[in-house]
Design a protein around this ligand. Sequence first.
Ligand code: ADP
Length: 306
Amino acid sequence: RVVVVGSINMDMVAHARRLPRPGETLPGEDFQMTPGGKGANQAVAAARLGASVSFVSRVGTRVHGRALIAALRAEGVDTTHVVEDESALPGIAVIMVGREGGENSIIYVPGSNAQLAAADVQRAAAPLQQARVLVAQLEVPQPAILEAFRLARAQGVRTILNAAPALAVDPALLALTDCLVLNETEAAQLAGLPDAVQSAEAVARAAANALQAQGLPRLLITLGAQGVLVADEAGQRLLPARRVQAVDTVGAGDTFVGGVATAWAEGQSLDEAVRLGQAAAALAVSRVGVQGAMPRREELGPDFAA
Ligand code: ADP
């Protein structure tokens, strides 16, 4: 079992020829409402790849909160430990996309994601007892994640922290992290490196050196189409991504994390876990959408059979 502690949002996306100026109204060309949030995305990615997944979160049921929970359940994710808050908004992203310039403007309302508390996590101790891997990201308050990681450590559950978005991380949380996953930009920031003047791989290697020196046992630094820099006690190695025609890379990192968690919970090695994560992410970026583009295990072929 994989337990994911994290955020869940509704993304409301309106498309127009261009972005409106302040005070201006433009005719829209399209609209979509899709579930998102790094936590929910990673839960769906893992469930599609065959993991038994429990999601721990707080969801305001104003606006479309209940629909968010129902969508997760439809993916086979256990939502028993999602706290429903009738007085709160769920996380909501209002996204405007201008077709011609390919630009967007976003207002993000964190809603109930900002309210997830250590007490909410304590109530989810039961699924953690059956879990092999716990996964969290930084879109919910760090005290809640810290509580989850403490419970996990006490029960021998392995922890994956996806340090995204780029934020300062509580050292106590890093000390309880068995595997830190982050992209090159987030790694450079967390390691306190100056603005990148070198290649992405060189930046990732420097960041990995700095973070390994802080005692982190395992690091996965994602480098988009270049692959993943793996750093552990055996050293550092670059595992290349699959070559695909990328059409939409939004959510690549979430699919990757879901795949790593799934394989790790199956008892596979770290390198094998990275291989599954990268195969899933490569397929996801070759399709439009975020959760909708995440592959099922069968689609990865016989090499990746569960
Ligand atoms: P994030 O979305 O968090 O910035 P990345 O862009 O580094 O993360 O992507 C995460 C992983 O997804 C990569 O390590 C790689 O395996 C896969 N991926 C991303 N973009 C591509 C691409 N263009 N081609 C193949 N794989 C990709």
